[in-house]
Design a protein around this ligand. Structure first.
Ligand code: HEC
Ligand code: HEC
Length: 342
């Protein structure tokens, strides 16, 4: 018995010595609401450039207003200038969770989730969890746009600037506006709760934060396996024969109606960012029907979805394309089945 106590005491002494290696981390205590970013930094990860230790509710609110309304109260007083005369960020980006399973950016699952949560179904990815990504404008955006998006692909600051100017057909953000976005993005960063950690994983985190580098690195890996570090972006082509479409896919008109309403009509409505209003009238659908066998035609359903349109001088409204990750070929056929009744 004495011997056992001795061993236990020995282990206690060793483990206290071991745990007190890192004094800073002693204070670390996590809960479900802890920001994933803070946890990673506590585990020894280098903080990204956009990282903020403390959030200021005033700046969060300003970032919220810039995102939803395109302008806010200028720090010097008065209303700030609009970022864009045409778009606000929310035209193309949601601000809440949109993929039910974070590591599976499947458009079918995202659409079902959009119906459940009453969300728009859009071309661009959500601002929610944006600060937790490590790459932006990925894959085919880099391949297609090259040097224009290179700096953006590794920097949230650069991608925000790029999107404010190019995607929004707007202007460069002032330094204080970036600060506002920075606070707003961070306020909708992932928390541990969003990662659905098991009790065991939570305990491992608590302990690990006081452990050595190797253990911490393992925990970082575990956490980063629970969400996407970058959103996939695959540009795909329309079917080679537009009239036949994807012959091996049968469209579901009921699903197509959902996509039409949650996606197309969020922009193509009265007062929306596009002058083109897509209503539910036979006249509107006829227009698409007559053009379904056309090529190089903006009213060909396949081309408009996969290529979008481009901003032109004097006409800065344009439509972003849908990547395969944002709208599947099945969903495209669903849309056709709804819009173009046989
Ligand atoms: C007309 C549509 C449109 C508007 C308006 C728009 N964006 Fe985007 N944005 C996109 C598209 C498309 C992408 C590339 C796909 C994606 O989200 O990853 C993108 C990407 C981004 C990214 C990188 C996301 C990532 O993970 O790759 C950021 C950051 C961003 N936008 C910020 C903004 C901000 C801030 C605004 C408002 C000032 C804004 N965007 C307005 C379409 C838009
Ligand atoms: C994020 C906003 C947005 C979404 C979502 C969107 N569009 Fe568009 N679309 C635009 C804008 C902006 C234009 C440019 C036309 C204009 O207003 O001048 C455009 C152009 C078009 C055009 C070409 C019009 C022309 O005269 O050249 C068609 C057709 C079209 N969209 C169909 C669709 C369909 C179908 C969907 C759904 C799958 C859709 N759009 C989703 C914003 C959007």
């Amino acid at each position: 018995m004495k011997k056992l106590v001795g061993i236990a005491l020995g282990i206690f002494v060793i483990s206290t010595a071991f745990f007190s290696l890192d004094d800073d981390a002693q204070a670390v205590s996590f809960n479900a609401d802890s920001k994933v970013q803070d946890v990673l930094v506590a585990l020894g990860e280098a903080a990204p450039d956009h990282y903020l230790k403390e959030l200021d509710p005033k700046w969060v609110q300003m970032g919220y207003e810039l995102t939803h309304m395109g302008r806010t109260t200028h720090p010097d007083g008065g209303k700030s200038d609009y970022i864009s005369a045409i778009f606000v960020c929310t035209d193309c980006h949601n601000q809440v969770k949109e993929d039910p399973i974070l590591v599976n950016p499947d458009p079918e699952a995202r659409l079902a989730y959009a119906v459940e949560k009453d969300l728009p179904f859009l071309q661009a990815t959500t601002f929610w969890g944006m600060v937790d990504r490590e790459g932006w404008y990925n894959e085919d955006y880099i391949i297609k746009y090259g040097d224009l998006v290179k700096p953006a692909s590794t920097s949230l600051y650069e991608s925000t600037q790029l999107c404010a100017q190019e995607c929004s057909s707007g202007r460069k953000l002032e330094a204080w506006e970036w600060t506002a976005f920075q606070h707003y993005y961070a306020s909708i960063g992932l928390t541990l709760n969003d990662l659905n950690l098991s009790d065991k994983e939570m305990t491992m985190l608590e302990r690990g934060a006081r452990s050595n580098q190797e253990v911490k690195a393992e925990l970082v890996k575990m956490l980063k396996g629970k969400y996407l570090l970058a959103s996939p972006a695959d540009f795909i082509d329309p079917p080679s024969n537009h009239y036949e479409g994807f012959k091996d896919i049968t469209g579901d008109a009921a699903n197509g109606k959902i996509i039409y309403e949650r996606s197309c009509q969020t922009c193509h409505r009265y007062g929306g960012p596009s002058q083109l209003v897509l209503d539910d009238s036979p006249l509107t659908f006829k227009k698409f029907e007559r053009r379904i066998d056309k090529y190089n035609d903006p009213f060909n359903l396949y081309e408009i979805v996969r290529y979008g349109t481009h901003a032109e001088p004097g006409h800065r409204q344009y439509m972003p394309l849908y990547t395969a990750d944002r709208l599947s070929n099945q969903q495209l056929e669903d849309l056709r089945a709804y819009m173009i009744q046989p």
